[in-house]
Every structure is written in structure tokens, then in C-alpha cells.
Design a protein around this ligand. Structure first.
Ligand SMILES: C[S@@+](CC[C@H](N)C(=O)[O-])C[C@H]1O[C@@H](n2cnc3c(N)ncnc32)[C@H](O)[C@@H]1O
Length: 207
């Protein structure tokens, strides 16, 4: 079975082009990213968060990503760490950590530990996820004259997603996490949760 195939082939940006920069600004605003802040981009992918933060003048950026082909898309002069977030050992402290469209691939307990270690006191961790577990969702849309098809379904806590167009096909799987699952962050962070449609945003401030 091919899983996370777009990461290996490097065609992620084409298959997901409609979504590639969606909401990045929102996460940067929620995290109060400014030029002088240091930023950890968790599950950085092809660098949507790092790239927009760089455009806003942020220079102290570390991007962590486990698929080399994804991270190699970033040509900015930032620190790139080829690792899973769970295995990352922070060598310095950061003001902000952002995890966009990636937390559902990760082990929350380990993320909690790593981010807590990596952030300065009062540092902020912002991530997004989705509210409703897909039972059987089918969608089709056109973007830049290309027709795309999306299909998502779930078995227990595991969500399977198919993304297809004439540019290729991607089958990916990740976990569905609900409010209780994310409550793990309440222990060591002051957490604010914001729901907008099927998206949920968490703003976690280290105590
Ligand atoms: C949907 S992409 C989002 C990428 C990027 N954050 C963005 O906003 O475009 C999810 C990314 O998380 C990465 N990823 C998944 N699990 C990971 C882990 N445990 N540690 C580091 N990266 C991970 C995948 O390789 C993929 O690049």
C-alpha cells in the first residue's frame, strides 16, 4: 500500500496546491510572530509556515521535518532538521512553535514533551487540526484549471485520505484527535481553543 506517497515523490505542492498556504497567516497571527522572535516549524513539510514567516522578516527559524524530499524544498537560510518531531532534541530555546496541518501525524505525548523543552518560559505553541472525524467524505474541485478529487474515511482513530488529479495520486493516513486527546497540553500549558467551521486552533502558552 502506498502511504504518504506525495512526500516521497515530492509532488505534494502540486497535489495540494489549493491548500498549501491556507491559514498560514492566521497561525502566525495567533502565535504573534514578529521579526525578533525565534520560531520552530514542526512538521515543516515544504515550508509554508517558514516561508511566510521569512517574508514577514523572521530570520531565527528552525524547521523540523521527517521527509527529506519535503524539507529540501526550502532554500531559505534557516536551520533545517531532518528528524521526526518526537525525536528532536532542542539545543536552544524558542519563543514560538507552530505545527500546521501536521499534528495529526504525531504522538501527542511526545510532542508535549519536546515542545515544552524547546520553548522559553511563556513561549507559545500554536497548531491546527480538524473537528469532525470524516466518516465518508467525497469532494471535487477545480484549481488552476486542474480537477482534483478528495476522499476521506476513518476506521477507529485512523483517517485515510486520498488526493487525486491528473498530476498524481496520494494516499495518506493520520490520527483523528478530539478535544480530550488534545487536553494533554493542559497540564503544562495554558490552552486556548478556537473552533472555526471544521478547523480548530490551539494556542498553548508555556506556564
Ligand atoms: C500536510 S503536511 C504539512 C506541512 C507543513 N506544515 C505545511 O503547513 O505545509 C504534514 C507534514 O508533516 C510531516 N510529518 C508527519 N509526521 C511527522 C513527524 N512525526 N515528525 C516530523 N514531521 C512529520 C510530513 O512529512 C509532512 O511533511
Amino acid at each position: 500500500m502506498i502511504l504518504n506517497s506525495s512526500y516521497k515523490k515530492g509532488n505534494y505542492e502540486r497535489l495540494y496546491s489549493k491548500y498549501i498556504f491556507k491559514d498560514v497567516d492566521k497561525l502566525l497571527i495567533l502565535a504573534k510572530v514578529t521579526k525578533n522572535k525565534s520560531l520552530l516549524d514542526l512538521g515543516a513539510g515544504t515550508g509554508a509556515v517558514s516561508k511566510i514567516a521569512w517574508k514577514r522578516g523572521v530570520r531565527n527559524i528552525t524547521a523540523i521535518e521527517k521527509h527529506k524530499a519535503m524539507l529540501d524544498n526550502i532554500s531559505l537560510k534557516i536551520e533545517k532538521v531532518y528528524s521526526s518531531v518526537e525525536d528532536f532534541v532542542p539545543m536552544k530555546k524558542y519563543d514560538i512553535a507552530i505545527c500546521r496541518q501536521a499534528i495529526n501525524y504525531m504522538d501527542l505525548e511526545k510532542v508535549d514533551e519536546v515542545v515544552h523543552k524547546a520553548l522559553k518560559k511563556r513561549g507559545v505553541f500554536v497548531f491546527n487540526s480538524f473537528v469532525n472525524k470524516p466518516l465518508f467524505n467525497i469532494k471535487s474541485y477545480s484549481f488552476n484549471n486542474v480537477r482534483y478529487f478528495e476522499f476521506s474515511t476513518s476506521f477507529g482513530k485512523t483517517v485515510f485520505h486520498v488526493q487525486a488529479s491528473k498530476l498524481g495520486i496520494d494516499l495518506t493516513k493520520f490520527s483523528y484527535y478530539n478535544k480530550e486527546d488534545f487536553s494533554i497540553f493542559n497540564k503544562r500549558f495554558s490552552v486556548r481553543r478556537m473552533v472555526e467551521g471544521n478547523s480548530v486552533y490551539y494556542i498553548c502558552r508555556k506556564r
